[in-house]
Write a protein that binds this ligand. Structure first.
Ligand SMILES: Cc1cc2nc3c(=O)[nH]c(=O)nc-3n(C[C@H](O)[C@H](O)[C@H](O)COP(=O)(O)O)c2cc1C
Length: 212
């Protein structure tokens, strides 16, 4: 990849405020973005989150209300809900060990030993620590999805501005071991979205990057 196209997709993308609701993203692009999410690396490889593709218009309208009436909830072509595991116990570790056995055929003693190590480690964490850790892993996937969309020239807006209790209720997550902490609206910018013409606001690299 040439250096200019590497940065140009990062410059092209912006947090889209107004989507053109008549333009729909293809199934192919949706699936590529979802696959980028699935391939996101996570700490210990445990992937402690799930992503819901919210196709129901009714749910999207309710989410818009929970989301301070931000139009991206309803007007974007697609809406993804990112939910992390909230209060998991050993099921994620068992899932990871089973998948490893199935895919890599590892030495049984070694993989079981690794599973016990993970169970001891996470067993010493509080529910809050585990939820916080799971949420951080989920955000890696969100970042990856934002860049995947930009690479495909699909506009996007990450959305954190919503009432979490209401959004979890709308998605039926209240009783389940998941908590939604971010959404991703995907689609195509409206020509009337003035934000697209604004220059990027970022601190200079001399402030953010330190070479020691
Ligand atoms: C995790 C996250 C949550 C965000 N939540 C919202 C939101 O609720 N509404 C909104 O309009 N923009 C939201 N944004 C967009 C940011 O304000 C925007 O990305 C930032 O100002 C940088 O601008 P740019 O993305 O256009 O380069 C969010 C961005 C991120 C990464």
């Amino acid at each position: 990849m040439k250096t200019d196209s590497f940065l140009s997709s990062r410059m092209w993308r912006y947090a889209t405020k107004r989507f053109d609701s008549t333009k729909k993203m293809s199934e192919e692009h949706l699936n590529l973005i979802l696959e980028s999410i699935r391939l996101t690396p996570t700490s210990y490889g445990l992937q402690p989150f799930k992503v819901m593709v919210v196709n129901s218009l009714n749910l999207r309208e309710q989410l818009r209300l929970a989301g301070f009436n931000q139009p991206q909830f309803t007007d974007a072509s697609h809406l993804l809900a990112f939910a992390h595991y909230d209060g998991f116990s050993e099921e994620l570790i068992d899932r990871f060990i089973d998948l490893n056995k199935e895919i890599r055929n590892p030495d049984p003693e070694k993989i079981e030993g690794y599973g016990s190590f993970l169970k001891d480690l996470f067993g010493s964490w509080s529910t809050e620590q585990k939820a916080h850790w799971a949420d951080k892993q989920m955000y890696l996937a969100l970042g990856n999805a934002l860049q995947a969309a930009a690479d495909l020239k699909v506009d996007s807006c990450a959305l954190e501005g919503f009432d979490a209790v209401k959004a979890n209720e709308v998605l039926g997550l209240g009783e389940k071991h998941f908590k939604v902490t971010a959404f991703l609206a995907l689609g195509y910018r409206s020509s009337e979205d003035a934000t697209q013409h604004l220059p990027k606001v970022r601190v200079p690299s001399s402030v953010m990057i330190e070479i020691i």
